[in-house]
Design a protein around this ligand. Structure first.
Ligand code: 3H9
Length: 673
């Protein structure tokens, strides 16, 4: 067996190693082996080299590092495309007269999965995940994925994978015949061995390209229209999922080369769309947010092995679940034993639901539950590395808790508050360690929502901030650094948005019209439906605590009026809407109340068009975002976008409020489309 290293060009990330009669083509392009121009070029050249060498019988394509190729290089989109194009590279691989085997590990995504599908065989390490997440970037698979995947796993499975963008473990794909073999270890050894069996066959047959597998027959003539209707609801206003369905349907309408050409057209339409540009911005913004260039370079995060959560209410329990699910031991403190037990029961219920819905197995549930210990004694928190206080939203209550924590916790422990609005500087001042105090603002439900605002108070030191940010990532959150002000970034902007929405009611819009306009624009829910769901009294109480509350009598009217009348939202079956039998419907009483209040405040009412509603609310949001940036409460405009995309249902295909503010669509007719 010879072992020869043949670099194609001095800087190529793709190399060939010859193992007997097998050519091992290895891609080494950290961090995720994205298919940059150099990788595409290298692959093209290496496959040609292997095919021209008579001593080579089989080709294996594998990757160094943590993963097989995780997709096209997203940073190249939006720039002039460079040859060779990925579809051409993959066609060349598929047309190779020598069998090509893909050796898969890690996250085989997008163009990486398409590369694997263009190979003749796929061998994978157990637990490898494969997927076509292009729709999450406003794209469709553009290198044959919409044509090759249905040929291997059928139309329905391909529709599901491509339109959701979700990954699937190889064990599942093996059942569909997409992966030939799953191995527990020594992936390369197995792949080379698998290849060698073909090389040793005397009259080796040319392998069958995936493109020559007959396209699946669809018996349900409504299938594609049903998917179009489903996605029109689920991914409202988005181009990519609809184009993906069309591309997959083309499998059944055209021969492979024609359908491939049409896939390219549909892909290019998406790639050039404002939606994809916005979603690519969101992708990079979510990664940039973790980069804290403003910290001293020598800053090191503290190790966190054990945390405490104060308060076993819904929020505290959700936070405890986040830590336990990440394998971190949690002490959950609640002063009354019966409240503690209620909280522990709630946690057990949540884990049971996760088992029932197959998100985790019962062994994992038991491991997580074993990590959570309840206590009613502050002394039990002496050895924790970090505490998150998630008690009642009251400044005095919180200050008392921090005084006690400061006394019992070890000097190195970080003390964090989950407050949504209160002044962390004031909380820090009651301790002897203000440099170790900050906010960690989770969003409800805490075990599900991805967003975490990490609030740096005036005296918080670099190490404390970095530790909280890293901990956020470890528990699967998108952690965003923010500064102290009333409501921090997200809720402060939401307050401006809510005030503008209330003002629109006084000027003549109905709650339903406002909600519909904002949902049509792409928000997950309208502001009044959100208020009814979360409880109108929550904002009401918070506003009362705000020292900067405007004295304007129309501020948060009619919301405050509804609260004063006991209409708190869904929980009282009456809020901005009525809920007879639990079903939301417009309430003439509320409309009447708004008209009377407008009359009292001498605000003339008029008909307001959906476009004007959208413009007013989005402008209010953007203006508050600009103030937040000016005041240095957010570090970067993109951080604000990340907060709104992950915590407030802002449409990803519009990139976030600050991105949208700079787009050509802001203040254009598109705002009312
Ligand atoms: C596609 O393939 C289109 C084709 O169908 C058709 C073409 C014709 N490109 O997320 P992480 C960077 S579309 C460039 O923190 P993790 C990322 O910016 C693509 N860069 O790591 C970050 O850089 P930095 C379809 C990429 O371990 C670093 O890698 N594929 C790409 O938490 C680490 O990233 C996808 O959509 C890329 N494709 O997660 C997959 N991917 O350190 C997108 C990552 O400078 N990627 N980077 O901030 C992912 O989902 C995650 O990165 C992955 C790793 C799960 C792979």
């Amino acid at each position: 067996m010879t072992n020869k290293l043949t670099p194609v060009t001095p800087v190529t990330p793709v190399k060939i190693v010859i193992e007997g009669s097998v050519a091992l083509i290895n891609i080494d392009n950290p961090p995720v082996n994205a298919l940059s121009q150099a990788v595409r070029q290298g692959l093209m050249e290496c496959v040609a080299t292997a095919n021209s060498d008579p001593n080579i019988g089989t080709i294996v394509i594998a990757c160094s590092g943590r993963t097989f190729v995780a997709g096209a290089d997203i940073s190249e989109f939006g720039k002039p495309p460079l040859e060779p194009h990925l579809p051409d590279v993959l066609n060349a691989i598929e047309q190779s007269p020598k069998p090509v085997i893909a050796a898969l590990h890690g996250t085989v995504l997008g163009g990486g999965f398409e590369l694997a599908l263009s190979c003749h065989y796929r061998i994978a390490l157990a637990g490898t995940k494969c997927g076509l997440p292009e729709v999450t970037l406003g794209l469709i698979p553009g290198a044959g994925g919409t044509q090759r995947l249905p040929r291997l796993c059928g139309i329905e499975k391909a529709l599901e994978m491509i339109t959701s963008g979700k990954s699937v473990v190889v064990e599942d794909l093996q059942a569909f015949g997409v992966v030939e073999s799953v191995v527990g270890e020594n992936l390369l050894g197995h792949a080379i061995e698998y290849g060698a069996q073909f090389s040793s066959q005397i009259d080796r047959k040319t392998p069958v390209p995936t493109s020559q597998i007959p396209a699946p027959v669809v018996t349900n003539s409504q299938l594609f229209d049903q998917w179009r209707a489903k996605l029109a609801r689920r991914a409202r206003g988005q181009l990519a999922p609809q184009n993906a369905i069309q591309a997959i349907e083309n499998t059944t309408l055209y021969c492979f080369p024609e359908a491939l050409a049409k896939e390219r057209e549909l892909f290019v339409e998406c790639r050039n769309s404002s939606q994809s540009a916005a979603m690519r911005h969101a992708f990079f913004a979510e990664r940039q947010v973790a980069k804290l260039d403003f910290l001293k370079t020598e800053t090191q995060a503290l190790p966190i092995a054990k945390v405490a959560v104060i308060g076993a209410g819904t929020m505290g329990c959700g936070i405890a679940i986040c830590f336990a699910s990440a394998g971190i031991a949690v002490r959950l403190l609640e002063l009354k034993a019966e409240n503690l037990q209620r909280g522990l029961n709630l946690i057990a219920e949540r884990y049971a639901q996760s088992v029932d819905s197959d998100r985790i197995d019962s062994q994992t549930r038991d491991q997580c539950l074993a990590l959570i210990q309840g206590t009613c004694l502050y002394e039990d928190l002496a050895d924790v590395d970090l505490v998150i206080e998630a008690a009642f939203e009251n400044a005095e209550v919180k200050r008392d808790i921090f005084v006690q924590l400061d006394q019992v916790c070890k000097p190195s422990a970080i003390l964090a508050s989950n407050t949504s609005y209160l002044d962390i500087n004031a909380i820090a001042e009651v301790t002897a360690r203000p440099e170790k105090v900050l906010g960690m603002h989770f969003f409800s439900p805490a075990h599900i929502m991805k967003l975490l605002e990490v609030v740096r108070a005036h005296k918080t030191d670099d190490q404390t901030l970095l530790t909280a940010m890293k901990l956020g990532k470890r528990i699967g959150k998108i952690a965003v650094p923010v500064g102290v002000c009333y409501g921090f970034v997200g809720n402060r902007m939401y307050s401006a948005y809510g005030a503008a929405a209330n003002q629109l009611l006084l000027e003549g819009a109905t709650p339903e019209q406002v909600d519909q306009a904002m949902e049509d624009w792409g928000m997950a829910m309208g502001p009044f439906a959100v208020a009814d769901l979360s409880g109108i009294d929550i904002g009401y109480k918070a506003r009362r605590e705000n020292p900067h509350r405007p004295s304007d009598p129309s501020f948060f009217r009619p919301a405050d009026l509804l609260v004063q009348q006991g209409r708190l939202g869904q929980k009282t079956e009456a809020g901005f809407y009525a809920y007879p039998g639990g079903k939301k419907q417009p309430d003439p009483e509320v409309i009447q109340l708004i008209i009377e209040e407008a009359r009292r405040l001498k605000i003339p009412q008029r008909i307001i068009r959906p476009g004007d509603i959208q413009r007013r609310l989005i402008t209010a949001l953007i203006k508050e975002g600009e103030k937040i940036l000016e005041q240095g409460i957010a570090v970067r405009a993109a951080d604000i976008d990340v907060i709104w995309l992950n915590g407030y249902g802002f449409p990803r295909y519009r990139g976030g409020p600050m991105y949208f503010a700079n787009s050509s669509e802001f203040d254009s007719p598109a705002l009312s489309s």
